[in-house]
Design a protein around this ligand. Structure first.
Ligand code: NAD
Length: 329
């Protein structure tokens, strides 16, 4: 049997639990340590998969541990990433790379040549990948405009907001990266407008929960992003790509494919309820890519450079919304 590679997970919260599960069940990986400043969270995740609770120092010092999944709070990503790659280990880090663009830019040289994957999970989603292939194969002619709909069913727990970086760095950042991946070029202009319509606690924490963003690329291609922290009907994730010869779109997955048609009308099952459910395959795909990188079968397909660009665009969104102006990049 092929040798398993030992990995550790830093952060045992919502994402740490899904990454822990995917690491534990991947045939090439063994989940050795769970690290979390919350001992109960670490203990519970470690116990689920027969792993040990450890400290970062302990895990970094173990030669057998080659990879770290960083799913700690966003404000710890850069510190944890630097510790991991500084020890010559590989990292799969949740987005965003950091909250502070200047700090992240200054650290960039340290990531050159590092085995560092950034968790822009939609790049690993089978539907998004298929859509990207259709666009690239010319199925809709020349791509001209994109519409990205990213609506959360409900706001995250209030305690998450202050350490999240706010809607643009925490949430819109997925769309900014996806727009780049699908357009094939970066934006040169960004306009964003945002409100707090869902939960006054979000405004009290200095954040917004509803936004529209428009991106313009140098070629003139345009992208509109729609975000809210409350859909009420599930986790609405749609991409529409319009080209010179047609359009391509990914619809929402439903909990099942049953439709009931009767005298009252036609009724379909609800769409998937949240990110953990909708993007389960993409998180597993991300972990497989991490295993491939650790096994020397692949180079990171998305990493620090993409993270840095998306963070800059997220800052531009925040500045645009604050100043009610178009930001030229
Ligand atoms: N890719 C996605 O779809 C997606 C979805 C949700 C969250 N995220 C990202 O994942 C990260 C974690 O989000 P979450 O929702 O799991 O948050 P969470 O609050 O549920 O979990 C974070 C965990 O990190 C731990 N932690 C905080 N500081 C630490 C430290 N110094 N050392 C060790 N552990 C520490 C906390 O105790 C907590 O258990 C965030 O950066 C978020 O942006 C990504």
């Amino acid at each position: 049997m092929a040798e398993k590679i030992d990995v550790a997970v830093i952060g045992a919260g919502r994402m740490g639990q899904i990454h822990g599960l995917n690491a534990a069940r991947h045939p090439d990986l063994r989940l050795r340590y769970v690290i979390d400043s919350d001992a109960a969270a670490a203990g519970s995740l470690a116990a689920t998969f027969g792993a040990e609770v450890g400290t970062l120092e302990q895990a970094l010092a173990e030669p057998a541990i080659k990879g770290f999944v960083i799913a700690s709070s966003t404000d710890m990503h850069l510190e944890h990433s630097l510790a991991v790659i500084g020890a010559g280990k590989a990292a799969l880090c949740e987005k965003p790379i950091d909250l502070d663009l200047a700090k992240a830019k200054a650290a960039a040289p340290k990531f050159e040549g590092a085995q560092y994957i950034l968790g822009f999970n939609r790049r690993f989603d089978p539907h998004v990948s298929a859509l990207r292939e259709k666009i690239q194969s010319g199925a809709i002619g020349q791509l001209e405009t994109l519409t990205l709909i990213n609506h959360d069913p409900a706001a995250p727990p209030p305690a998450f907001i202050p350490r999240s970086g706010g809607l643009f760095k925490d949430f819109t950042i997925h769309d900014l990266d996806l727009a780049y991946a699908l357009l094939g070029e970066p934006p040169v202009e960004i306009f964003a407008t945002a409100s707090c319509l869902v939960d006054p606690a979000i405004a009290a924490a200095g954040d917004v929960d509803t936004a529209r963003v428009i991106l313009r690329a140098a070629s003139g291609k345009l992208c509109v992003i729609s975000n809210t922290r409350r859909s009420g009907y599930g986790y609405d994730q749609r991409v529409e790509a319009y080209g010179s010869r047609g359009m391509a779109a990914t619809a929402n997955e439903r909990l099942d494919a049953v439709e009931v048609w009767n005298e009252a009308g036609a009724h379909a099952s609800p769409i998937r309820p949240n990110f953990l459910n909708r993007y389960a395959a993409s998180y597993a795909g991300e972990m497989s890519h991490f295993a491939d990188v650790l096994k020397g079968r692949a180079k990171p397909s998305v990493g620090y450079a993409e993270g840095l660009m998306a963070l800059a665009w997220a800052e531009a969104c925040a500045e645009s919304a604050r100043t009610n102006s178009v930001i030229k990049l």
